[in-house]
Design a protein around this ligand. Structure first.
Ligand code: ATP
Ligand code: MG
Length: 364
């Protein structure tokens, strides 16, 4: 039997989604959905995971489930095709996490580069919540519960997928072939794998606050673009400028379309010409920022307008999540049963167990 193509993605409801999510994951999940090249597709709000470092602020997580759902639906997620669920409403995931916990060592979790980075970012030092420290294990449960094969993510998630693959292999080698190894699907463009923040920080992240959000108004987008980090040595228009590490150019590389120059900056043919001029000197930051602003406004306007429409109908949005959760739960339950069978902890469904005991005590 050919292996099924099962897609799973999600995000932590810790804030509305930004253009980093959009290029890193949202765009590819919508593309996959529309191309129809999959057997099953799951999307989820990782609220239980978000609580591992926001346990003292449950309202933030609760409120952002709606925000993140709006972002996904506004970007074109179709609930007829995608089962969109809430993580904590699928308790089977917690149960799987508990069993997987035995298949990974504390030392291995310590070595996870993303977890390391995030611990530093959050200033946990020695007081890391155990739940946060072990979230890669819970992420393995999220992936394997649906037998997901393809995970569209930004490159910060690669260590998580690797961890999941290791746990799957270990599980299968101890308990027999049960779980499926996932692969990460990364965007092809380097910038999209990890979009930098507007401040030049290595990653645009809700937790850092260097984001352009999909819900930002036209004025907010403009303000953020005009405050963007460029080349600190490029002070006067005639100064030579640096393109590398210049956020405006990174975003132009990411968002510029074939017809962008014709529409908004016809005096240049393409990005190479613009870059050359900037390097030579004589091209001011205002001009490139105005150009980027036009491009971003065009890309984000239809998303924002759909989002505003959807926000008027919260009942519809919660219903999407409710229905998606029902379907996801049924699938996770099936997998959990298989896992428990493989681990021989399916006592009440196991006829062999009774026989074994009867034989041992020579009852038959
Ligand atoms: P948090 O700071 O709460 O962790 P986040 O902004 O990192 O939030 P996540 O919910 O952790 O967002 O990530 C969801 C998905 O979006 C992941 O697949 C991640 O790789 C991708 N992603 C997040 N930020 C970026 C980015 N700047 N560039 C590309 N992809 C990103
Ligand atoms: Mg993150």
């Amino acid at each position: 039997m050919e292996k099924k193509k099962i897609v799973l993605t999600g995000e932590r409801p810790t804030g509305p989604l930004h253009i980093g999510h959009y290029v890193g994951s949202l765009k590819s999940r919508v593309k996959l959905q529309n191309e129809g090249d999959y057997d099953e597709m799951y999307l989820f709000a990782a609220d239980a995971q978000a609580l591992t470092d926001n346990f003292d602020n449950p309202k933030k997580v609760r409120d952002n489930i709606f925000e993140v759902a709006l972002d996904n639906l506004a970007c074109g997620i179709d609930p007829e095709k995608v089962n969109y669920f809430i993580q904590s409403e699928v308790p089977e995931l917690t149960e799987l996490t508990f069993y997987y916990m035995n298949l990974v060592t504390v030392a291995r979790l310590h070595r996870n580069p993303t977890v390391k980075e995030e611990i530093k970012l959050r200033g946990f030092e020695e007081s890391i919540p155990a739940g946060f420290f072990t979230y890669p294990v819970s992420q393995t449960a999220d992936i394997t519960a649906f037998k997901a094969t393809v995970i569209p993510v930004g490159d910060d998630q690669l260590p998580m997928i690797e961890q999941a693959r290791e746990i799957v292999r270990k599980f299968n080698s101890i308990y027999g072939e049960t779980l499926v190894e996932p692969v990460a699907m990364l965007p092809s463009n380097e910038n999209e794998k990890r979009l930098v923040g507007t401040d030049g920080n290595a990653k645009m992240s809700k937790s850092i606050g260097n984001c352009i959000y999909l819900k930002d108004s036209a004025e907010e987008i403009k303000r953020k673009v005009f405050a963007m980090y460029t080349d600190p040595n490029h002070i006067r228009v005639e100064d030579k400028g640096q393109v590398e590490g210049n956020v405006v150019f990174t975003y132009l590389d990411t968002f510029c379309k074939e017809d962008s120059f014709e529409k908004y900056l016809p005096e240049y043919k393409n990005l190479d010409e613009l870059k050359d001029h900037y390097r030579r000197g004589g091209l001011g930051d205002m001009k490139i920022k105005r150009f980027l602003n036009d491009i971003l406004q065009e890309e984000l306007k239809p998303i924002r307008e759909r989002r505003e429409e959807l926000a008027k109908n919260p009942e519809y949005v919660y219903n999407v999540l409710k229905e998606g959760t029902k379907k996801a739960r049924a699938k996770a339950k099936e997998t959990l049963e298989e896992v428990k069978r493989a681990m021989q902890i399916n006592y009440f469904e196991d006829d062999a167990l009774l026989k074994e005991v009867e034989e041992k005590y020579s009852l038959k």
